[in-house]
Design a protein around this ligand. Sequence first.
Ligand SMILES: Cc1cc2nc3c(=O)[nH]c(=O)nc-3n(C[C@H](O)[C@H](O)[C@H](O)COP(=O)(O)O)c2cc1C
Ligand code: SF4
Length: 679
Amino acid sequence: MSASPAPTELSSTNGSAAALTTSTTSRKTRGAKVFTRRSKIANTQSLPTESDICIFYSTLTGTSEKYALHLRSTLSQHSDLSMRRIHVQNLDYLDDLDSYFVAPAQSLYNALYLFVIPSYASESPLDFFIETLKDTYNDFRIDSRPLRNLGGYAVFGIGDREGWDEDMYCYQAMLVDKYLRKLGAPRAFPVGTGNVKGNANDEFEEWISHLSDNLADPANVSEMVDISDSDDEEVEEVDKDADGADSLNLSNTTSAKDVIDVEDMGVIIENSRISNESTIKKAMVGRDTPTYNALTKQGYTIVGSHSGVKICRWTKSALRGRGSCYKFAFYGIKSHLCMETTPSLSCSNKCVFCWRHGSNPVGTTWRWQVDPPDVILEGALEAHYAKIKQMRGVPGVQAARFAEAFTVRHCALSLVGEPIFYPHINEFVRMLHERGISSFLVCNAQHPEQLKTLEQVTQLYVSIDASDKESLRRIDRPLHRDFWERFNRCLDIIRNKTSQRTVFRLTLVKGFNASEVLGYAKLVAQALPCFIEIKGVTYCGTSAATSGQKGTTNGGSKGSLTMANVPFYEEVRDFVLQLNASLKDLGLDYDIAAEHAHSCCILIAQNRFKIEGEWYTHIDYARFFELLREGGEFGPMDYIAKSPSWALFGAEQAGFNPEDERVVSKKSKAYKIESGRYR
Ligand SMILES: Cc1cc2nc3c(=O)[nH]c(=O)nc-3n(C[C@H](O)[C@H](O)[C@H](O)COP(=O)(O)O)c2cc1C
Ligand code: SF4
């Protein structure tokens, strides 16, 4: 067999006499390592049943998938195993990890789990799986050994021994093995490793051969189970369950020379902390990683190791005198003075309408290097100005606006990811304010602790993508298992943040969340935000919707949103009228204040922002900074400004500043002509 992996050779034995339930599709090997969501491997079959074999893999560039298929093929030809059904599952697309790893169904008792696991020093989808195992182990509220009834498990790691040091070689396979064992799974066979720059194929064949012989004889499996814990327990790991097997094994293997003086403990802990920081913490988005390449391809500039900046289409539009975004109509933000950035590209949701095409990192806890806030701000401004510079010479760019654009006045912390996830978000916001830059911060209602400690921002948003638990799970696809409790805690915090201008942002996706009016009204009653922005979802080619969503107009089968999910402006308006009526029914003091038909967005505001019959939804930015400098307590009513007549709901201009020139695209015109309606 050749030294380098020969995936085609590995998968050539794919035919099988065994009862196969395959959940894979063949894919061409890709050239460049670009981390984008690939066509979803159909992980949609019913759960495996007792004594089935489940082969799980994760992959960015296809190698592990080939190995997983080869494993299936070989096992299915083994005379003693050919009667067992074999399932192949891509962990990166397995929506219900919980059913397999957190609270496995009884039907999975005695099933055998086999894993083919690559390693990535940078961010990869596998991180989410490992985090799930880790979180399950660390979650004191749930069964800490949910996998104890499995028939067994075994892990094969794929890695590059030449490219990475010994401690990093196949390190993620080791982590998977470690956490499976901690979760109580009986190890059926030791971890195998294959060096893709060496003899991976031979190493894999040998591992499979011993594994299948062992599996064929159940007596071997039980023997293997017992030897699992002796060699690789990490001493610095704190045992969760003092009575559990892990601690027993530790004490069994601790000899007299291992006993540590209490006085030495401090040094050991400090050393382990330092070494953890330097060796374990990695860049969220390392240079030249697949994530980095995918994000930069989409137009983001990555700042430092976890922040991003992108120039939005409205900034370009404003530079050309063709109109600002809805924030100009609602709050007086001129788009050519606005920078859109995020200090955390990582997010804890995987929303179906996410315009990041699944290419952003995800996580429930911050586990990466942390860049200082001044470095992020300088880097973001530099990158933003570089993008503005590129607009020089673009037809229609107005000289005065072009010059003004080199002094950013507003920062929309909403690009991608979750800004309050960044550990120094307060310092970052303070730095913005010190430079006279306003802060509009959008959070996803999944981080109550950070939300609680968030200091004053100019305007604080919370995204409300659904009105009940099941819909939120379906639409936001949150990573936190207690997402609904987190969501509700965030709403309660918003209600108590009386010093902040708070906003609910509703993104309507037809077929997903555009019909639950009363539910939304109840959430408003819970949090009492100053404003409610209702916006039709923006179509951006593809997004992450998956199959099987209740009520999807695209049937969900194509795995993406389509134009059919984008509401017409009239539909958004109908929804807003109904919502407004529901708010009144609940006795809440709100009314429809402004609109921006151009971006399919309408604003409902608390009636206290209507003074003597005039709306004051705009912001007096100079006053805001003055109040901050004065250092006293202040609230949303202290820095309001009068809304212009063209922005008011029902105005002829429908939120479009008459000083700008409205350019309607041919496509929109066609819609308008055809149906009398704008998208
Ligand atoms: C950005 C990057 C980071 C990697 N990091 C590691 C590593 O930390 N340890 C390791 O053993 N191999 C590492 N590798 C090698 C991969 O694990 C190896 O190429 C594997 O075959 C990838 O599997 P896949 O094709 O299934 O994604 C890395 C490869 C890349 C491209
Ligand atoms: S608020 Fe958002 S859409 Fe409007 S100009 Fe700023 S970044 Fe662009």
